[in-house]
Design a protein around this ligand. Structure first.
Ligand SMILES: Nc1nc2c(ncn2[C@@H]2O[C@H](COP(=O)(O)OP(=O)(O)OP(=O)(O)O)[C@@H](O)[C@H]2O)c(=O)[nH]1
Ligand SMILES: [Mg+2]
Length: 210
């Protein structure tokens, strides 16, 4: 994390998971409130900023969305994980292989991260048939001490709200905590409505390279 002259905190957030599990769609849902059925597979790395205000504090979430495909990732791993503040592990609730792969993504993160980033696990595509039970996902999340969310980029209102997931992440990053207590979470939820009004809808894709 670093700060500009204006004291805006910038947090580097890695988004990791198998190809096609829905990483870019999750970010698109948060950043632009959009869903694209024909979204392009990410090639190389896409970095996007999203400004949020949590309890009066300006914060920038900088998402590093990488290709799930190995051929595009090989050369990028080192810079990808360098100085990461958080990692969002994503799996597809319709695809059991994608949650089994999270162990691999965790290993890779542990190997390359010099920092100790906050980790969350997000199951996507809950609007489809669920092939990975919440019980199984919970067990995995608990064993690895990661907070679990389940959502859908296509129908976000029926599940954990995408905006809520990332505001939660912004809050724990801002507070320098690993997670929130039950009470802390309750209080935070109350403040979300306020911060929602302050989220800018404009995308800020600052760079994209292969
Ligand atoms: N029904 C449904 N489809 C989704 C959802 N999220 C993503 N998809 C679809 O799943 C496919 C893959 O989504 P992406 O967001 O490109 O997946 P990705 O993980 O970024 O893939 P890579 O860039 O190849 O690593 C696309 O056809 C999306 O439209 C969802 O919540 N529900
Ligand atoms: Mg992608």
């Amino acid at each position: 994390m670093w700060e500009s002259k204006k004291e805006r905190k910038v947090f580097k957030i890695i988004v990791a998971g198998d190809s096609c599990c829905g990483k870019s769609s999750l970010l698109l849902g948060f950043i632009l409130n959009k869903f694209l059925r024909n979204i392009q597979s990410t090639i190389g790395l896409d970095i996007q900023n999203k400004d949020v205000v949590i309890e009066g504090q300006q914060t920038t979430l900088q998402f590093w969305d990488s290709a799930g495909q190995e051929k595009y990732r090989r050369s990028l791993r080192k810079i990808y994980y360098m100085k990461a503040d958080a990692i969002v592990f994503v799996y597809d609730v319709n695809n059991p292989t994608s949650i089994n792969s999270i162990a691999h993504w965790l290993n890779e993160a542990n190997q390359y991260c010099k920092s100790d980033p906050i980790k969350i696990l997000v199951g996507t595509k809950c609007d489809y048939e669920i092939e990975v039970s919440k019980k199984k996902a919970n067990k995995f999340a608990k064993a690895n001490k990661i907070t679990l969310f389940q959502t859908s980029a296509r129908c976000p209102s029926d599940h954990d709200n995408i905006e809520m997931i990332f505001l939660y992440l912004a809050k724990v990053l801002q507070d320098g905590k690993r997670t929130l207590s039950r009470n802390g979470y309750k209080n935070f939820k109350n403040t979300i409505e306020k911060s929602r009004k302050n989220i800018s809808r404009a995308p800020k894709s600052i760079c994209c390279f292969i």
